[in-house]
Design a binder for this molecule. Structure first.
Ligand code: 2BA
Length: 109
């Protein structure tokens, strides 16, 4: 068994959730915050048998889009703010950051 941890954009979360339910795949959805953008995103915890991992990866891939997002850094990384003039930079976000973790044991009571 594997635990798939997928960080996706909020805009894609409902679509992915619907697709998982439709395929009968159980998941938990958590509200999360990106460390860099400090904006809301959604983290899915999806526990599946090994033979379902690629199916889930396909669902994530087909339901999560890459988007460009403008971000204005709050302050320079670890530096002084004296002469700091913030200007927006564009970053590419998503489609999804996915971790696949082996599960030693799963119990469901
Ligand atoms: P954020 O940390 O808010 O990052 C949003 C986007 O900003 C990232 O998109 C990436 O394009 C850019 N970015 C992040 N850190 C950066 C840095 N130090 N310098 C320059 N650009 C940076 P994604 O890579 O698609 O990540 C989307 C979200 O997925 C992240 O939101 C974070 O919540 C999660 N994530 C991505 N990689 C992760 C990792 N290795 N561990 C934990 N969470 C991760």
């Amino acid at each position: 068994m594997k635990m798939i941890v997928a960080v996706v954009q909020d805009k894609d979360a409902t679509r992915l959730q619907n697709a998982l339910v439709q395929e009968g795949i159980r998941a938990t959805k958590l509200a999360s915050t990106g460390g860099f953008l400090r904006a809301g995103n959604t983290t899915f915890l999806i526990g599946v048998d090994d033979d379902k991992v690629e199916d889930v990866m396909r669902l994530i891939q087909s339901n999560c889009r890459v988007r460009d997002q403008l971000v204005t850094p709050v302050s320079p990384m670890g530096g002084t703010t004296d002469s700091y003039i913030p200007f927006p930079v564009e970053v590419q976000v998503g489609g999804a950051a996915v971790f696949i973790i082996p599960v030693d044991r799963f119990e469901h009571f």
